[in-house]
Design a protein. Structure first.
Length: 313
């Protein structure tokens, strides 16, 4: 039997699917979902749930003690676009939630932590193509600064206190079960909903903005594989580069056109363009491949087919 797991931020885009997958794998009663708000019916009815504020150490500690939690997946965060509007709130949520969980692990109240980083740790001075694991990192967004700082703290807690913390730098994630909220890569989900509803989409990024992306099934598989790998295989304790596919809004529209011939895309770039321009176009994930066997399965065509089939219902 797997020891109990706590997911903080279980109602978000990644948290929802992670909860379902971990419950299937380890048994619903062993996976405690928590969030500051309740989620959809399917999630709420699939197993235990606790209302939990990720910035409240005492509240997290109570849940950890009550359920004898062994591993925590901390998925609560304010994403790039929203964080630009509320810098201090983003810093408070993104950093304090991480310290809460790292300190629980340091004090041996839990034994393993997953914390998501992002391609947002890179900045305008980072090499754009095939961005390596170790390179210039000068993030120019509030979210990116919080993620880069978080990476440094993860490595520090591992080296100084032996905390078993594991992390990946997620690219933009594409999923149909739960909408993303407040990110710069959100267009790559909205576009499918609008294509089916209206046959048209106005994109907030320019046609040729190439970004690293990944289908959610791949992201969940990567996350669980990393967490299940033997500790000695995990050499990177800041966060691993992780690649799936890269494409532009124009290429994405073409892949939708193959299924919905009349679909039309138009472009009205807003403040998110500057954020996207500061991020890599593609990622080199050699370390993740070599150290714990990462390999993506979904390309753009497969993703489009999956998204449209599932959203059509
Ligand atoms: C965002 O757009 O903010 C996120 C991310 C790339 O971390 N999806």
């Amino acid at each position: 039997m797997h020891k109990p797991i706590l997911i903080i931020g279980a109602c978000g885009q990644i948290g929802t699917e992670l909860t379902f997958e971990l419950r299937t794998k380890y048994g619903a009663e062993n996976v405690i979902a928590s969030d500051i708000r309740e989620g959809g019916d399917a999630l709420m009815q699939s197993g235990p749930f606790e209302l939990l504020d990720a910035t409240n150490y005492a509240a997290i500690e109570d849940v950890v003690m009550h359920y004898e939690i062994d591993e925590v997946y901390l998925m609560a965060a304010m994403l790039s676009a929203t964080a630009e509007k509320f810098p201090m709130r983003a810093w408070n949520l993104n950093m304090n939630s991480l310290f809460n969980v790292l300190n629980l692990a340091k004090d041996k109240k839990i034994s393993k932590v997953f914390w998501p980083s992002s391609i947002a740790v890179f900045g305008p001075n980072t090499p754009k193509n095939n961005t390596p694991q170790n390179t210039i990192m000068e993030p120019s967004t509030v979210y990116g600064i919080s993620k880069q700082s978080g990476e440094r703290w993860c490595e520090y807690y591992h080296k100084k206190y032996g905390v078993d913390v594991r992390s990946v730098r997620y690219p933009g994630l594409i999923s149909w079960k739960t909408m993303p909220g407040g990110g710069t890569t959100d267009y790559a989900v909205e576009i499918y909903h609008e294509a089916l509803k209206k046959g048209a989409y106005e994109c907030f990024l320019k046609s040729d903005t190439e970004l690293p992306m990944m289908y959610m099934d791949d992201a969940i598989r990567a996350t669980i594989n990393l967490m299940e790998s033997p500790s000695e295989q995990i050499k990177v304790r800041s966060s691993y580069n992780l690649a799936g596919m890269n494409f532009t809004p124009e290429q994405m529209a073409k892949s939708i056109n193959a299924h919905i011939p009349g679909f039309e895309i138009s472009y009205a770039p807003d403040f998110r363009q500057e954020i996207a321009d500061s991020w890599p176009s593609s990622i080199d994930d050699t370390e993740a491949r070599n150290e714990w066997g990462w390999k993506p399965k979904f390309n753009l065509e497969q993703t489009t087919k999956e998204m449209l089939d599932n959203l059509k219902g």
